[in-house]
Design a protein around this ligand. Structure first.
Ligand code: PGA
Length: 268
């Protein structure tokens, strides 16, 4: 395993009360701390992405092996003191390790552009955060044969914001927009591998071999405890971002264990 596998739980805004948050945190601690097993978090980066308002609580209550990430950061105009903004520096100060940028909820529903995301990526890296950059094509873009072109545009716009030695702090998440959420069909694993390999090859050709080897590429879209092994076995899939299954501690640990087993089997 040249790259450390990564699994992130994107809570979106599914939990809205402190009681719900505390309950899930307790369940995660129990699920990830079996007395008779080595700590899976030593071999796998496990990160939870709560909403801003719960970050402090999650960071304080979860044991130190878990990573904590923000679902967003906002630094629209550098140096401008903007109302209602949470900056990358604030997130770093709070003890966050990761920040998720570019989820389709923010690109397609809230209109975040590649140029804005490029700016945010640069600021987050500069503040010392690692960046989970989510990118993906819509159904229309896929149906018109533009899936890869769309992804390369999303990626290439952000590349100037990433220093050559910072690619180890980037985890791209391939998120076919048509594959996320209730009722969606996950992307066929072979197709996910084809896309991940193409993205890695693009980074190799346009940034360099070290960057391509260091950068993790995650799959996101209807990952669950039953299909995780199919993706985990793929050489260019370094882990997952999970939505719904990340709200259930038993499903979440099962996905983490399955990924790790698949990666170990693949490297032996
Ligand atoms: P899902 O969500 O795993 O519930 O499909 C993924 C996401 O939107 O990040």
């Amino acid at each position: 395993m040249s790259r450390k596998p990564f699994v992130g739980a994107n809570w979106k805004c599914s939990l809205e009360s402190l009681g719900e948050v505390d309950k899930l945190l307790e369940q995660l601690e129990t699920a990830f701390a079996p007395a008779d097993a080595p700590d899976i978090k030593d071999e796998l980066d496990v990160c939870v992405f709560p909403p801003y308002v719960f970050l402090e609580r999650v960071r304080r209550r979860l044991s130190s092996g878990f990573l904590v990430g923000s679902q967003n950061a906002w630094d629209a105009v550098a140096g401008y003191k903007c109302t209602g903004v949470t900056t990358a520096k604030m997130l770093k100060e709070l003890g966050c390790h990761w920040v998720m940028l570019g989820h389709s909820d923010r690109r397609n529903t809230l209109g975040e552009t590649d140029a804005l995301l490029a700016e945010k990526v640069g600021m987050c890296l500069e503040a010392g955060l690692s960046v989970n950059l989510t990118m993906g094509e819509t159904k229309e873009q896929r149906d018109s044969g533009k899936a890869l072109d769309t992804l390369i545009l999303q990626l290439s716009t952000v590349v100037p914001s990433v220093a050559k030695d910072a690619w180890g702090r980037i985890a791209l998440a391939y998120e076919p927009v048509w594959a996320i959420g209730e009722g969606a069909q996950p992307c066929d694993p072979e197709e996910a591998q084809r896309i991940h390999a193409a993205l890695r090859a693009w980074i190799r050709d346009n940034v360099g071999a070290e960057a391509a080897d260091a950068c993790r590429i995650l799959y996101t879209g209807s990952v669950n405890e039953d299909n995780a092994s199919k993706y985990g076995a793929l050489p260019d899939v370094d882990g997952f971002i999970v939505g719904r299954a990340g709200l259930d501690s038993k499903k979440f640990i099962s996905i983490c264990e399955t990924l790790l087993e698949s990666k170990k089997a693949g490297s032996s």
